[in-house]
Structure formats: C-alpha cells, structure tokens
Ligand binder design. Sequence first.
Ligand code: GDP
Length: 367
Amino acid sequence: MSEQMICIGCGVTIQTEDETKIGYAPPSALEKDPVICQRCFRLKHYNEVQDVSLTDDDFLNILHGIGQADGLVVKIVDIFDFNGSWLPGLHRFVGKKDVLLVGNKVDLLPKSVKHEKVTRWMKQSARELGLQPRDVFLVSANKGYGMKEVMAAIDEYRNGKDVYVVGCTNVGKSTFINRIIKEATGKGNVITTSYFPGTTLDMIEIPLDDGSALYDTPGIINHHQMAHFVDKKDLKVITPKKEIKPKVYQLNEQQTLFFGGLARLDYVSGGRRPFVCYMSNELFIHRTKREHADELYEKHLGELLQPPRKSYCEQLPPLVAHHFTLKEPKTDIVFSGLGWVTCHEPGAHVVAYAPKGVGVMLRRSLI
Ligand code: GDP
C-alpha cells in the first residue's frame, strides 16, 4: 500500500490491515479514486455509521479537538454498564459546553423500574464523576424508545451549532446515530460524492438541515469491561438482550455465588440476608458453601461454571479478590459489563472476585 493515503470522506489515513480500527478500507478500495474508508463508504451508500475503535491516545486527541470546537456534546452510556462505559476524562475537555447525557439500553431494566428515578440517579452519579450534564435521557436506541425526546433536546440545546456524539465502544452509539439519521433523513443519501468536510478529527460528519453537523466520534475501548476477557460466543451469554429478571438469593454467612466462571461473590458476615442479582437471564448462577468454592472453581471451570467455555479457560485471567464492607443501605456491587448485585441493608462484609483487569466497585443502588 502506498504511504499515507487519505480518506476523502473524513481525512483519516487509510489502512488495510485491521477492519475494526479506524481508517480501514479493503485492498480493492485502494484502486478507486478517490479513496474512501469503509466507515465513510457505509455512511455514503447505506446511510449507516459503523463502529470503529481507536487507541487511548487518539481518543484523547479527539476529545481535545472537541474541547476546542464550539457545539453540543451528546455523551452516551450503557445503562447496564454505567460505570464501565463512562468516559472518565470527558468533563476535563468539554469546558463550558453543554453536555446531554444519554443512558442507552433502558429496555434491559425491569419494567417496574421508574425512569425518573434512574435519570435522577444518573444526574447525581454524573455530578459525582465530575460532569454536569444539561439534561439526562433514557433511551433504547434499537427499540426507538425515548428517541424523539432526545432528538428534540439535541435540536434545542445545540442552538444552531454542531453536535458531537461520544461514547465508548458497545454503548450503542452507532445504533443511536443510525436511528437519528433514519428519522431525520428518511431513506435519502446523507452525504454525496462531492461532499468533503475537510475535518481531520477522525469524525464522521452528518449534515444537519441548517448547515451544522452531527459528528460521530469513534468509540474508545474501555479496557475494564468484561467484554474484553471473553470470546464472542460467551459474550452473547453475558450480554442481556431483553428485560433483566432479577434473581434473589437469600444467603447465609459463608456462602458463595458463582456467576458462570467469570465472577464470584463470597458472603462473609452480616447475618442471613437477600442479595438481588441483575445479570443476563442466560448467565448461570451457582450457589455453594464458601469452604468448597475454591475447589469447585478449580474442578468445574468451563463445565458447570461457564462461561468461559472449556476451550477458552486458559485465556481467562485469574480471579482477583476485592474486599468490601457495605456501609450504606441499598448498595450495588458492580462487576463491570457483567451486571451487579444489590444489597439492601448495610453491614455485610463480602469478597467480590472478577478476572484480573475487570472493574469491581460499590455504588449507590441504581434500582
Ligand atoms: P457502538 O459500539 O457504541 O457503536 O454500539 P452498537 O450500536 O454497535 O451496539 C452495540 C451492541 O448493543 C449491539 O449488540 C446492539 O444490538 C446493542 N444495542 C444497541 N442499542 C441497544 C438498545 O437500545 N438496547 C439493547 N438491549 N441493546 C442495544
């Protein structure tokens, strides 16, 4: 491949090696003139944005670019993995720009959950994480729930300016933008062949009616998510596809729950009490005595305790113990990307295990 070929759509340097990375074009595309990356090709011909990821440094550059530009920032998080999909650095870059915070995948929460309560929780959590969003929304990008409201808000808050949509990979950013494109433009082409934005922020520009644009920024990979530690088939098991049915376990002290073979919760002390598990309905939860847990894990990982499947066990990093004393009422013990376990009363001492590198934390209960 000749050096430094540039995409005419977004200005990115073209590469032909990695389809999942930014700037990818199949080798056959290089014979065409002008050259266009696969991401722009999809947008141009199918009105569809495609998810690409990039390195942390590139992402910081993009955030920096957004920081310098004028416009509205729409930050998307996965409500099933709020903390894991949070972009920790964003608030430092956005300065005084308005931010709309959008929690996607609300269809996964039990129907009984009041949305106002969740948006209140999101506002408060955002503030604790250093971000002051102008407004907070819950949507289901693939079901279409809440999209009209968020689109109206985008239009109101952008005030004729550009819109930057940011979010880490897998939050549903592409689904969200594709729905906006569809609702806003019908089936017409979003960009034309003559279109040349001349921006090099590695963003895809989607023109809005008044000459401004909506920019799709590439998603950053959040390395603490469970998704990076399992293979594709197992990821299907742990990713909830529909409304989560919480599972309640009344645990005695010194009992253990295994979440497949990917995580484990030891209940050490605090008297008999319920633990409510919010995880994919397909994930097998196994209860055992704590004194048998190590041996069970050693013997049955990849069989009784799966995912991971047998063939993938060796690639799974060892489980690491995180000790917690739950001091507040209504606390979630969160396993990033896998779900969470709610404990309603304070005073429990637990040990939560997850593969080395996967985030485990406590938070005020979401539900
Ligand atoms: P991106 O990486 O942020 O661009 O995310 P995608 O749009 O590719 O979506 C990632 C995954 O989340 C896909 O499996 C989607 O089907 C799923 N997804 C997207 N939106 C929703 C939603 O509203 N609800 C649910 N349950 N899943 C969604």
